[in-house]
Design a protein around this ligand. Sequence first.
Ligand SMILES: C[S@@+](CC[C@H](N)C(=O)[O-])C[C@H]1O[C@@H](n2cnc3c(N)ncnc32)[C@H](O)[C@@H]1O
Length: 227
Amino acid sequence: MDKTRISVIDWEKDIYSKGKQLNHWPYTDVISDLITLTKGKDRKTLKILEIGCGSCNNLWFAAELGLQIYGLDISKTAIAYGKDRLNALGYKEHDLRVGDLTALDWDDDFFDIVLDRGALTQNNYERIEGCLKEIKRILKKNGLLLSYTLFGLNSTDIKYGKEVSRNTYDHFSAETKFSTIGLTSFFDVDALEQLFSEFNGLEIKRHLKEDVKTAHKIESYSVIGYN
Ligand SMILES: C[S@@+](CC[C@H](N)C(=O)[O-])C[C@H]1O[C@@H](n2cnc3c(N)ncnc32)[C@H](O)[C@@H]1O
């Protein structure tokens, strides 16, 4: 395997360039939180960046709300697809870039909101720490970080993967959905409090989906923090 690859599964080569996982609809919690957290504000003045924006399924909704949209993804296919989609829908003002979330090439104090829906969790802890430092830098004072789908250490499918660094697993066998997304980091509340310790007013929520017959569990967390 190419040593520069982050995971056994490559988002560009193995997923998006094959037309897979080009999500269409925004994530439910992104819809409700963006509406609530921007209520009463002049939305057209707010800048939002989504790291790991994929096919722009969440950014499309942010544009619909009137926010100024910015996106970054490691996959050029996803970014090209997202650009076409936004343009076709008439949202022509956007800044979408191909790049890695550990290097965010925007000025200090630039964004009102940074959104992560399922991108941080696809990186190891070291890379997540690097990204959170960058997010702190580019967020305005009191700017918001919204992070969703940080997988929990109580997810039963961890057992189908191999631990490659602390709490980070890869090489999942075919029994689990993680085999289609590759390297995944898992968390508990202590780990999240430590990783996000530079952010204020942390709101951490735990979500648990358990099949009552099989006891199969997918645990995930969402984190909201202020700069
Ligand atoms: C689970 S998908 C989520 C896509 C979208 N945010 C959504 O809510 O549907 C994870 C996304 O993160 C991107 N990603 C993962 N690691 C990344 C990295 N190191 N730098 C930039 N993007 C990354 C992937 O290419 C993929 O688009």
